[in-house]
Design a protein around this ligand. Sequence first.
Ligand SMILES: O=c1ccn([C@@H]2O[C@H](COP(=O)(O)O)[C@@H](O)[C@H]2O)c(=O)[nH]1
Length: 224
Amino acid sequence: MSNPIFLALDTPTIEGARDLAAKVKGHIGGVKLGLEFFCAHGHHGVHEIAALGLPIFLDLKLHDIPNTVAGAMQAIHVLEPAIVTIHASGGRAMMEDAKAAAGENTKVVAVSMLTSLDEADLAATGVSGSAHDQVMRLADLAQSAGLDGIVCSGHEVGAVHKQWKHGTFVVPGLRPAGATVGDQKRVVTPRQARDDGASVLVIGRPIAKAEDPLAAARAIEATL
Ligand SMILES: O=c1ccn([C@@H]2O[C@H](COP(=O)(O)O)[C@@H](O)[C@H]2O)c(=O)[nH]1
């Protein structure tokens, strides 16, 4: 079994991202570059981190009209990311066009309901019903649009996995027992997410902000 941990490199500096990834390299399966890093360093930054030889997950959460998202996918094609995110709430046509524009070795996965949201947040955006129902609805849409998988919390991954047998199930919002939760609201432990069917475990601050990131990565890996 390959290591499912993708370390979120949420930092504005290339050196910071490279140093952290290099430090824990033997204990993660890949790295995730998100908006903070990509907005600061774009393609150049991705090339710098890719030189470490780890799979790259570009968490850009694209969400726009289909033509614009397809254009963005074409623009990042050359970076050959292993995984790219788009928002499922962008709709079926947007997801279909994004998938068609992606490289054949890139998995396109749809963000369902951000792990920083709870049901009160959902209601405030005009969506009634439970987080579970919202995630299942968007997972259905993403699957029928031909995407490779979904991003959801560990609270829903078991149910999504039952419905979508061979997808890629990306789970952020992970916290080892007793760790600071911060802005995340739908949280489980890495082990729980893994047991419920997650294929990619996204972990940022529990490793990045630890006093000893290498020890933190090792300890999380040991729980899996
Ligand atoms: O629903 C989502 C989608 C993406 N993320 C991203 O995952 C990491 C989590 O970082 P932590 O420090 O472990 O909380 C971060 O890069 C988010 O942009 C998410 O948290 N939830």
